[in-house]
Design a protein. Structure first.
Length: 502
């Protein structure tokens, strides 16, 4: 038997077991549904009928008395009130008929047992008696209305006192029906709960049985299959250890042979992946790899993007104060701090040049024109990270006294540039070239003139002004343009300056 047939057999057994579980539970659910259906179809409507009967008898009596005490001169109002009394009487008769029909139907329902039918028959008898008494109740009302119509209001008052005896008659009967209904509903609810508990135990038992059968069949099948997979396991371990993994010999044409063929393909793909790693290992940001593979390593394009340059103020003087290892340690901590921020704001680090960092933001890594605001936020957060790192400089450099001050100057420019791979066949770099790159580098250096930390170009400010706080500081002439452009000092995120003033 093939592996495929074994799997189908195991699946068929499990499906049969679960089908039986579903069938048993479905039957149990039907019983619960029938019992709940009795509650909603009979017991709740009967409870409403009892309440309506109680309310309507009170309303009938009140409407008769309202006619009795109404203004004699207003004959129209009196006729309207009498019509309302008769309408209430009709509604009461309909309520009793509805209750009798429900009880008759419920008595014959197979969902009720003998004890339930006895209670239902008892309620039917009480309701039938109440229906007969209802006509005597209406007779008092009719006699009262007749006396009122003939102008004998004193006599009508005397007749209306006859309603009192019906309050004593209907009250106990209604209470008896309510008690019978409560007992009936309680028994129905208990049956449902008992069946639900039984369903739970049955589900657990069937689940355990299904697990036992499934695990047993799986153990038998897997034992037979494992023997044919030992060669695959041995070759996989060799591949894991980094040794030269030879292709697996395909000795059969069953599923094990197909698996061996797939394994050989996997080995070929792993070797291809190693070649890709060798080709793209020189790129800094791993997010570029899939893009370059998809579009081709030699592709270049002109895009609108934002360029970032930064360097450490007076780094030459700082490096002269420190040992070589301390310089490297300081730079590693600095680069680690800023790299995390740049990556966190969807930026790509192009290169490290001594103590300088070049990065850029470009779609699709940034959404639309958000590359400018992403770069500005990253610059501000880098300054926050540098402030935290500045406190660790004494420990990093080993200089407890006269530790160097770590100040970072940054320049950001937005515009069109060419982005792509540049270099020889043996060493390539995915980088950006263009006037915007030169402008960003120039803006970084201009911080020395203005005593600032972050200077951004006019185009950067235009795209990011909704997300930042900045002030115009000067106009400069840019290579390739006849008109001077404005430059701005990036001072904070949007709203930060206002909160500072407050």
């Amino acid at each position: 038997m093939t592996i495929r047939k074994k799997i189908f057999l195991l699946a068929g057994i499990l499906l049969a077991i679960f089908g039986a579980v579903v069938g048993v539970l479905g039957f149990a659910q039907k019983l619960d549904s029938d019992q709940l259906g009795n509650i909603t179809e009979y017991e709740l409507p009967l409870s409403r009928m009892v309440s309506e009967f109680d309310v309507l008898t009170d309303r009938y009596e009140l409407e008769v008395l309202r006619v009795l005490i109404s203004d004699r001169a207003d004959a129209g109002t009196e006729r309207t009130a009498m019509a309302a009394v008769r309408a209430t009487a009709d509604e009461l008769r309909d309520t009793v008929k509805t209750g009798e029909a429900l009880l008759h139907k419920a008595t014959g329902d197979p969902g009720y047992d003998t004890e339930d039918r006895v209670d239902l028959a008892r309620m039917a008898g009480v309701l039938k008696y109440m229906g007969r008494s209802l006509e005597d109740f209406f007779a008092v009302g009719d006699a009262t209305l007749a006396a009122i119509s003939e102008g004998r209001r004193d006599e009508a008052r005397t007749i209306s006192r006859g309603f009192a005896k019906f309050a004593q008659a209907f009250g106990p009967d209604l209470s008896q029906i309510r008690r019978e209904l409560a007992n009936l509903t309680d028994r129905s609810t208990r049956r449902v709960l008992a069946r639900q508990r039984l369903n739970t135990y049955l589900s657990l038992a069937l689940f355990v049985a299904a697990c036992g059968i499934g695990l047993g069949v799986s153990a038998i099948g897997s034992t037979r299959v494992v023997s044919g997979l030992r060669q695959l396991v041995a070759t996989t371990k060799a591949l894991e250890l980094g040794t030269n993994a030879e292709p697996v010999l395909i000795a059969t044409r069953d599923e094990v042979g197909e698996l061996a063929l797939s394994f050989n393909r996997m080995v070929d793909e792993l070797r291809a992946r190693d070649r890709v790693k060798d080709t793209f290992g020189k790129f800094v940001d791993p997010r570029l790899v899939s893009r370059l593979i998809a579009s081709g390593a030699d592709q270049a394009e002109r895009r609108s993007l934002t360029i970032f340059f930064s360097d450490i103020k007076q780094f030459t003087g700082i490096s002269e104060q420190l040992t070589a290892s301390a310089v490297v340690h300081l730079l590693n901590n600095y680069f680690g701090a800023v790299a995390n921020v740049i990556h966190g704001h969807r930026g790509i680090i192009d290169k490290y040049i001594g103590d300088a960092v070049m990065a850029f933001w470009v779609p699709p890594f940034s959404n639309g024109d958000e590359h400018a605001s992403d770069a500005c936020r990253a610059a501000l957060e880098q300054q926050d990270a540098i402030a935290a790192l500045r406190e660790q400089v004494p420990e990093i450099t080993g200089m407890r006294r006269n530790a160097p001050e770590l100040v970072i100057r940054m320049g950001i420019a937005t515009g069109e540039a060419v982005i792509g791979t540049i270099g020889s066949d043996s060493a390539r770099s995915y980088t950006v070239i263009g006037d915007s790159v030169n402008l960003a580098s120039r803006l970084e250096g201009m911080n020395k003139i203005y005593g600032t930390l972050i200077i951004i170009s006019e185009e950067t400010f235009r795209l990011a002004q909704g997300a930042i706080e900045a002030r115009e500081i000067d106009t400069i002439t840019v290579a390739g343009k006849t008109e001077p452009v404005r430059i701005y000092e990036l001072m904070g995120r949007a709203g930060e300056l206002e909160s500072t003033r407050d």
